[in-house]
Design a protein around this ligand. Structure first.
Ligand code: DAH
Length: 340
């Protein structure tokens, strides 16, 4: 009996009809007085009494399923369900569909792409598995250069030339090697460093690199572009300041701070009571780097900058711990519903 019921459930589940007449045929086959389901009710009489309860339940389920299926097929042809027999309840509350959210890092990456897109920057990316030349040597990190210490990464022991890129700056090299100026591009992507995981550091994070190469590009252009970016990202009231710094591939180099958008510059924990938060490194591309990529440094100049998407996102949404980005805790992610 049990087997027969299961068999009929599966069978009814998969039936199809191309017309109302066919639905009627199905009704006759299964639910009419001499239908297959009704016949099972006849057999029910001979079921041993200790099994009656369970079998009765199954039979009723089968009958309800068959009726529901026929109603569905019927309504597909615009016909009404049989009054009093329909299992279809149109007044039932709708099923809640869970609304997915974009990850905060994707939201901010898209915002960055949008801001630079408005001033003519197109988007590209390079490989995450890099070689020494593109990640280090072409960017003036010669072998044994002390600046390599700050960007320890993951190597393949059999071939130390293969590594996971430590920054998106490698993508500017690949672009300059294959394109002729003018180049005005940004490179968002995932990067890797051999760092212990904490509230402020992770072995995987994200950067956006920017590059502009043309005739007569100056530091003033860089400053203007970065100011535009900061105001678009954090609001019109935002101030920027540039501090001298060092990167092997830019000369001169700088680091840019924005006025703290949490305390408005008055001083708080996030800005360590300075009123300023560092968000990126930048500078004029070193002529040697241009030459490494086959670009004539007597004709062309350019600027570059690189920022961490995590850092910008933490500042924008006042997130205090970087690990939240990677834990996939829906209580955290849900807060970004409706933000794009
Ligand atoms: N690649 C640097 C880093 O990861 C950031 C950076 C600094 C990128 C200056 C640049 C730049 O393009 O000009 O620390």
């Amino acid at each position: 009996m049990r087997e027969r019921i299961d068999q009929l459930i599966a069978e009814i589940d998969s039936v199809k009809a191309v017309s109302l007449e066919e639905v009627e045929q199905l009704r006759l086959k299964y639910l009419s007085k001499k239908g297959l389901v009704s016949l099972l009710f006849e057999d029910f009489k001979s079921v041993p009494s200790e099994k009656k309860r369970e079998t009765g339940q199954l039979l009723n389920d089968l009958k309800n399923k068959a009726q529901q299926k026929l109603d569905e097929l019927k309504s597909g042809f615009g016909a009404k369900a049989e009054p009093g027999k329909s299992m279809l309840d149109l007044t039932r509350p709708v099923d809640q569909k869970v609304q997915g959210t974009r990850h905060p890092l994707s939201i901010v990456r898209n915002k960055i792409i949008g801001i630079f897109g408005r001033i003519g920057f197109t988007v590209a990316d390079g490989p995450e598995i890099e070689d020494d030349w593109h990640n280090f040597s072409a960017l003036n990190f010669t072998v044994d250069h002390p600046a390599r210490d700050m960007q320890d990464t993951f190597f393949i022991s059999e071939n130390p030339d293969v590594l996971l890129r430590t920054h998106t700056s490698s993508a500017q090299i690949r672009t300059m090697e294959t394109r002729k100026p003018p180049i005005r591009m940004i490179f968002p992507g995932r990067v890797f460093r051999n760092e212990a995981i904490s509230a402020r550091a992770h072995c995987i994070f994200h950067q956006v690199e920017g590059l502009y190469i043309d005739k007569q590009v100056s530091f003033a252009d860089l400053k203007q572009t970065l100011m535009f970016f900061a105001k678009e990202m954090f609001g019109e009231h935002t101030k920027i300041r540039l501090r001298p710094s060092f990167f092997p591939f830019t000369e001169p180099s700088g680091e840019m701070d924005v006025s703290c958008n949490i305390c408005g510059g008055a001083g708080c924990n996030i800005c360590k009571h300075t009123g300023w938060v560092e968000i990126l490194g930048c500078g004029m591309v070193d002529p040697n780097v241009l030459e490494n990529c086959g670009i004539d440094s007597k004709v062309y100049t350019g600027y570059a900058f690189g920022m961490g998407i995590e850092r910008i996102t933490m500042l924008k949404y006042q997130i205090k711990d970087l690990r939240l980005f990677y834990e996939n805790d829906v209580r955290f992610l849900r807060q970004f519903t409706g933000t794009f």
